[in-house]
Design a binder for this molecule. Structure first.
Ligand code: NAP
Ligand code: F7E
Length: 350
């Protein structure tokens, strides 16, 4: 039985990848960071919580990686842990650099020392492209011009992985993944902020939705499709980096319009914008060309834009309906309500 370690197991991709690897027969270890309030709702909802082994592993703490890798030398290590929210990276640039950037060096250097035969996957990001200019769509040859502390940290990590691959001959890959979403997406990201609000408006729990830069364009795919690509990268003869995307871009406005339409509501009646949700510098257009992944690994996205939005809107409506009937306590959704009433400065980035 193959052994896999997934860091960031409590996040969106962590649960989809855990489910995927369990179905392939892997023994799955999930790295998590200790919080005062346990954060296992996604793992429980996906019904993988009882099937994986949880290990405390914080990217700020190299000893936690050493403890694990000294005992267990996994066949495959997927580094999904990060401070992953671009908006917050402007507020917490040092923490973002420490976890999202330097944390990767801590991990891959520990792998080099203690488990050099482990195959390594790094969660790189389309945010690294940043100011793309005329380079549309982006592929593996497009120049990186990061526009946030998050993107700068991911770019550093991306080059570290390339360096360890060539300097130490490690099987280390980076997937340059474009935005991917699902009903398990964190509530502060724009897609889930929209579908959660649409569900609440539909059920009379919320009156309006306030967004920031609705002209921003993104290439949105389904997280379930994208974790398959992560696994495929570690099954190749040689390690390499791949763009994973749909090659279609839509505006935030398009996403919101379609979300309201699926719920039988009119976007114009409920949506407004406010500059407080805009970033000091934003990425205006991301659209990825996944041809290399298709040619070399046979990977293609299966879920399209409309199907993705329908899946998310319907699941959020179902969650809030069940909540109103007293059947469930939707932790993620309730937390979102908490965000809406808070007056903390970070409010503007939700
Ligand atoms: P996510 O839902 O925000 O999950 C991030 C995970 O990292 C969570 O499990 C989080 O734990 C963990 N984490 C945060 N700080 C940590 C630390 N100091 N030590 C250990 N773990 C820590 O993100 P995602 O959407 O699943 O994305 C997975 C990875 O892909 C991330 O690296 C992200 O930057 C990258 N990425 C995502 C996308 C996308 O569109 N989703 C695209 C490109 C790249 P808590 O639950 O405790 O917060
Ligand atoms: O923003 C605009 C915002 O926060 C998308 C992460 O997974 O994907 C994600 O990063 C766009 C931006 O995702 C609101 O300004 C408008 O232009 O959903 P987002 P992101 O920044 O693209 C990449 C690939 C990653 O690697 C990251 O980890 O939407 N926008 N109004 C808004 N964004 C938010 N969050 N909230 C708004 O109200």
């Amino acid at each position: 039985m193959k052994i896999a370690l997934i860091t960031g197991i409590t996040g969106q991709d962590g649960v989809y990848l855990a489910d995927f690897l369990l179905k392939k027969g892997y023994d799955v270890y999930g790295g998590f960071r200790r919080l005062s309030t346990p954060n296992f709702w996604r793992l429980k909802d996906m019904e993988v919580f009882d099937k994986i082994k949880l290990v405390p592993l914080d990217l700020s703490d190299q000893s936690s990686m050493m403890n694990f890798l000294e005992k267990i030398k996994p066949d495959e290590i997927y580094n999904l842990a990060a401070q992953s929210f671009v908006g917050v990276s402007f507020e917490q640039p040092i923490h973002s650099g420490d976890i999202t950037g330097l944390g990767v060096t801590r991990l891959i250097d520990t792998i080099r020392t203690l488990s050099p035969k482990s195959k390594f996957y790094q969660a790189s990001s389309s945010e690294m492209y940043g100011d793309v200019g005329d380079a549309v769509p982006q592929d593996e040859t497009t120049v990186f011009k990061p526009r946030s502390p998050y993107a700068a940290a991911k770019t550093y990590a991306h080059y570290i992985v390339q360096n360890y691959r060539s300097a130490y001959n490690l099987y280390a890959c980076s997937g340059i993944l474009f935005n991917h979403e699902s009903p398990y997406r964190g509530i502060e990201f724009v897609t889930r902020k929209i579908t959660n609000a649409v569900a609440r408006i539909k059920l009379g729990l919320q009156k309006e939705l306030t967004l920031g830069n609705i002209d921003a364009q993104r290439d949105w795919g389904f997280a379930g499709d994208y974790v398959q690509a992560m696994w495929m990268m570690l099954q190749q003869d040689k390690p390499d980096d791949y763009v994973i995307a749909t090659n279609e871009a839509y505006t935030v406005r398009d996403f919101a319009k379609k979300s309201f339409e699926i719920a039988g509501l009119n976007y114009e009646d409920y949506t407004k914008t406010d500059t407080k949700f805009m970033r000091p510098s934003d990425v205006h257009l991301l659209k990825g060309n996944p041809q290399k992944a298709k040619d070399k690994m046979g990977w293609e996205p299966k879920v399209n834009f409309n199907e993705l939005i329908k899946m998310m809107v319907e699941r959020d409506i179902q969650r809030w309906r069940r909540y109103l009937k007293g059947e469930v306590f939707p932790w993620d959704a309730i937390n979102a309500e908490g965000w809406e009433v808070t007056s903390l400065p970070s409010y503007r980035f939700t």
